[in-house]
Design a protein around this ligand. Structure first.
Ligand SMILES: CC(C)(COP(=O)(O)OP(=O)(O)OC[C@H]1O[C@@H](n2cnc3c(N)ncnc32)[C@H](O)[C@@H]1OP(=O)(O)O)[C@@H](O)C(=O)NCCC(=O)NCCS
Length: 331
């Protein structure tokens, strides 16, 4: 069976930088608290009027350029976000219109911080089975409109930033290169550990005036539970996926994890017994960009020349749901 591989990568970060010191002016927090617990120094925020699909468009155009192809060659779009332009239709349709490629199919993925891994796995299956040959796989977030910038929401507000990352997935010319396999997991018993309650279809009507003063418009997180599960499940899944491919940890050139928290990634490296530098991190500059974080990181890794053809890498992530996964690639 044909292997699929990543043919092009692109990222886009809005220009506006928001430092921890800027957040100190909005609620009770400190640069020291944020850096100690998360590693984050600053993040980017989109300006008012900018949609998630606008950020996705910029990252997509860069990924297309990197793959040396035009938008008209895209035969399918897979879009992941937790901050879509509107609740429906999916942001994939908005992006498709902006790319000017009507009638190309669009799939929207709602897997938050593991969104990139889930959509990459879907793209891989389509390419392997010959259904599509050029799939645009994109993730974008505008978190900055939906964070509670008061003391009530400070645990979540400090973590997230806006951005977009995209890759083009297509058939590999050689069986030696490409996506080796994937492992995707979820555990809905933890669905309330990281959530947004505002859309509650069991309520009639589903949104009420009380939702605003009672704070249901803002995300809620049980931070310690997220942390504990992430540092357990990520190493476990990485070990499983490597064993399935007959790979040893020492053979992995670089782990490119979702950027949720620098401490989570440091813990994972320690648990696996690999040097911390082998876990790529850029959370210091961007915060947690959820569905966009892994392709943004991948695009920086490539720009820095940190991986080359034939190197083994592992993409991995953990987030709301809980959902998590790992994807090993021979570049
Ligand atoms: C969010 C996180 C950094 C909080 O760290 P923590 O050590 O668990 O901190 P706690 O929640 O126990 O809070 C400790 C104190 O800091 C306070 N605090 C919370 N947010 C704060 C902030 N932004 N600034 C200053 N103080 C803050 C709390 O109110 C608490 O105060 P108290 O002791 O007086 O009650 C940590 O739990 C974490 O990183 N979890 C994973 C989150 C994640 O990755 N989410 C995304 C998944 S994709």
């Amino acid at each position: 069976m044909t292997r699929s591989r990543i043919l092009g990568v692109g990222r886009f970060l809005p220009e506006k930088r928001v430092t921890n010191f800027d957040l100190e002016k909005m609620f009770d927090t400190s640069d020291e608290w944020i850096q100690q617990r998360t590693g984050i120094v600053e993040r980017r925020y989109a300006e008012e009027g900018v949609y998630c699909s606008d950020l996705a468009l910029e990252a997509s155009l860069r990924a297309l350029n990197d793959a040396g192809m035009g938008a008209e060659e895209v035969d399918f779009i897979i879009f992941a976000t937790l901050s879509p332009d509107h609740h429906f239709p999916g942001s994939g349709c908005h992006l498709q219109r902006k790319l000017g490629i009507p009638e190309v199919g669009c799939l929207d993925v709602r897997n938050q911080c593991s969104g990139f891994l889930y959509r990459l796995a879907v793209a891989d299956a389509f390419v392997k089975t010959g259904v599509y040959r050029r799939i645009l796989v994109v993730g974008a977030e505008v978190h900055s409109s939906a964070l509670d910038f008061t003391n009530r929401g400070r645990d979540v507000a400090v973590l997230f930033g806006d951005g977009a990352g995209a890759v083009i997935v297509g058939p590999s010319e050689t069986p030696d290169r490409g996506i080796l396999s994937f492992r995707l997991h979820a555990d809905g018993r933890y669905a309330d550990a990281l959530r947004l309650d505002i859309w509650d279809i069991s309520k009639k009507p589903y949104i009420t005036e009380a939702d605003i003063p009672e704070g249901r418009v803002w995300p809620k997180m049980k931070g310690k539970e997220v942390f504990r599960m992430a540092v357990t499940k990520l190493p476990e899944t990485i070990e499983q996926v490597l064993a399935e491919n007959g790979l040893r940890l020492e053979q992995i050139r670089l782990f490119i994890p979702h950027q949720a928290n620098l401490r989570i990634n440091q813990f994972c490296a320690a648990r696996l017994g690999v040097p911390e530098e082998k876990f790529f991190s850029n959370i210091q500059r961007y915060g947690n960009t959820t569905a966009a974080s892994i392709p943004i990181a991948l695009s920086e890794v490539l720009e820095q020349g940190a991986i080359g053809e034939g190197d083994h890498i592992v993409l991995c992530g953990f987030g709301a749901g809980f959902t998590w996964g790992a994807v090993p690639i021979r570049w």
